[in-house]
Design a protein around this ligand. Structure first.
Ligand SMILES: [Fe+2]
Length: 214
């Protein structure tokens, strides 16, 4: 008897990648690099493996208005794919990272937000990646070969002009920059503007009456 095997892939985790067309990205990135340099020059000394970061209010600065608008438009598409586009979202923080050779970001997530993301302004020509950790506690399944259904991390290749979004709870890290030039990115977080007023209410209704199962 031949048995038919079906594989049901349960609980997928979304990640969204949006690419700005190369000519537009080249113009935008030149402008962004100039503005980031203005904020961070003269660059303070950092220890090996560390990076330079700007303050987290770039989205409020006129020089980054075009970029903030781009993030909002992209976030609108992401919200649509999650069917939450009817609830306004706002950028809660936006900052630039300059990662020199050898610099990395250890694993972390972005609490108190719904969506997080990063846009790449400049990426060295040796591979640059964003590493996402599998959030499921049972992922430590024994196996002999890592594959799509057994790996406990996912790696996304990044390039200048690419914007990546992911759920803010998803833990991620950035491996050391092995290139000879700086890796420059702008990270951001978004949250629902009126979370408690619009979508925090229970999605279920309790039945009326006295319950003894407290
Ligand atoms: Fe992050």
């Amino acid at each position: 008897m031949k048995l038919n095997l079906e594989v049901h892939e349960l609980f997928p985790t979304p990640l969204w990648a949006l690419d700005v067309p190369p000519p537009d990205a080249a113009r935008l990135n030149a402008v962004l690099m100039g503005e980031i340099d203005k904020i961070i020059e003269p660059r303070p000394k950092v220890s090996g493996g560390s990076n330079w970061q700007t303050p987290q209010d770039l989205h409020k600065r006129p020089a980054f208005a075009e970029f903030a608008k781009l993030v909002e438009i992209a976030a609108g598409s992401v919200a649509q794919s999650l069917q939450v586009e009817q609830y306004p979202m706002m950028i809660t923080g936006c900052w630039a990272n300059i990662n020199p050779t050898g610099s990395y970001h250890p694993t972390h997530n972005h609490p108190n937000n719904y969506l997080s993301g990063v846009y790449y302004v400049a990426v060295p020509n040796v591979g640059s990646h964003l590493v996402l950790q599998d959030p499921r506690p049972g992922i430590m399944m024994p196996g002999t070969k890592l594959g799509r259904l057994t790996a406990n991390v996912a790696v996304v290749e990044v390039r200048a002009g690419r914007m990546v979004f992911f759920p803010s709870w998803l833990r991620h890290s950035v491996p050391a920059n092995e290139g000879a030039s700086d890796r420059i990115s702008i990270a951001f977080n978004l949250m629902f503007t009126n979370f408690a007023e619009t979508i925090a209410a229970p999605t279920w209704k309790a039945s009326a009456g006295v319950s003894e199962d407290l």
